[in-house]
Design a protein around this ligand. Structure first.
Ligand SMILES: Nc1ncnc2c1ncn2[C@@H]1O[C@H](COP(=O)(O)OP(=O)(O)OP(=O)(O)O)[C@@H](O)[C@H]1O
Ligand SMILES: [Mg+2]
Length: 346
């Protein structure tokens, strides 16, 4: 049954860069799967490796200075990492769609929207200009953009930020991708437009059964759109679970801290929110033991001694913390209650 198959299986992905300070590993042994029709969220603070993970799947990084290890198996049988570049190229913007935070990075200012949509479609589907133009209009109409026919004749600068992001979504989906990677696609948009774009992505996922990776800082967005979530910290997965468990029973202190840091309409905003102190260590100073140790209120000496393994806490719930079982009780003591912190959206 095609529907139940994983569209993507990432196994032990390591992405390292050659830099002036030597090799740095930005993604360090990351594994996850995405099923058809599923939305997998990737969250974590700035610099945790979310975009590098996405760019590794799309193979968008400069291959002269990037070393990939591990496996990225697409649609059950193609290891994207072992494809020669010319064999990888047709996947990008074809069976693999990508939406970035800044829609202008995907649009060319000197061509009309219609021109760019038609080109994107014809680059991957050997169909005539008329058929491609029909599909461009159909896709643009699906995104709910006002006056789609007129938009096709316009240039990117004539559209608002939200309209441009709709065009980029139309472009990414016009080739009916099996996997869509959205990296902070709504962060630059106002709240109303953001809600419309999320609704649009939800509708299109239902319609096309696309597997989606949704990268965001915003746990409110996660509550709204994701089925499962991977929490990253300094290049590693530190927790993976379904979205309900993430909010109701987060196991890693970092996840708890992220949830407690998210402003919520239900939280009394006059009180200080318990937030995580400190910042993410740099890639040249990766701790030997738990990577979160320096910021963790529950750290013990043993946490710093050796790398912490990702362990299975329950079916589909993995966590990288040697004290995971004790965390709910410890967190309650310091007032890190998870329930009231769904970003005000759930
Ligand atoms: N080409 C590169 N060469 C060297 N280091 C890089 C390169 N690209 C990214 N990095 C480093 O890899 C780490 C992860 O970066 P990444 O962009 O994936 O973070 P992120 O989780 O997407 O953050 P944000 O939320 O700010 O988008 C960072 O420390 C970044 O500086
Ligand atoms: Mg990023």
């Amino acid at each position: 049954m095609k529907e139940n198959r994983n569209v993507l299986e990432v196994t032990d992905l390591r992405t390292s860069f050659v830099t002036e300070d030597g090799m740095v590993t930005a993604v360090d042994g990351v594994s996850f799967t995405v099923a058809r029709g599923e939305v997998l969220g990737i969250v974590g603070e700035s610099g945790c490796g979310k975009s590098v993970t996405a760019e590794s799947i799309m193979r968008l990084l400069d291959e002269d200075t990037t070393v990939y290890e591990g496996e990225i198996v697409f649609d059950g049988d193609v290891d994207l990492l072992s494809l020669a570049d010319e064999r990888m190229r047709p996947y990008r913007g074809g069976r693999l769609g990508m939406i970035f935070q800044d829609p202008m990075s995907s649009l060319n200012p000197v061509y009309t929207i219609g021109n760019q949509l038609v080109e994107a479609i014809r680059a991957h589907d050997k169909i005539g200009k008329k058929a491609a133009a029909d599909r461009a209009l159909e896709m643009l109409t699906l995104t709910g953009i006002p006056e789609p026919k007129m938009r096709l004749k316009q240039y990117p600068h004539q559209l608002s930020g939200g309209q441009r992001q709709r065009v980029v979504i139309a472009m990414a989906l016009s080739c009916r991708p099996d996997l869509l990677i959205a990296d902070e696609p709504t962060t630059a948009l106002d709240v109303t437009t953001q809600a419309q774009i999320l609704q649009l992505m939800e509708d299109l996922r239902t319609e096309f059964d696309t597997g989606t990776i949704f990268i965001t800082h915003d746990l409110g967005v996660v509550a709204e759109i994701c089925d499962r979530v991977v929490v990253m910290y300094l290049g590693q997965v530190i927790e993976e679970t379904d979205v309900t468990t993430l909010f109701d029973e987060p196991a890693h202190p970092y996840t708890r801290g992220l949830l407690a840091s998210t402003p919520s309409v239900e939280t009394d905003n006059t009180q200080d929110l318990p937030t995580i102190s400190g910042t993410v260590p740099t890639l040249t100073q990766v701790p030997t033991g738990c990577r979160f140790a320096d910021r963790c209120p529950f750290v013990e000496d043993a946490c710093r001694e050796q790398p912490i393994e990702l362990t299975t806490l329950a079916d589909g719930h993995r966590v990288r913390c040697r004290r995971a079982e004790e965390i709910p009780a410890l967190a309650a003591e310091v007032g890190w209650q998870a329930e009231a912190t769904r970003g005000g959206r759930a």
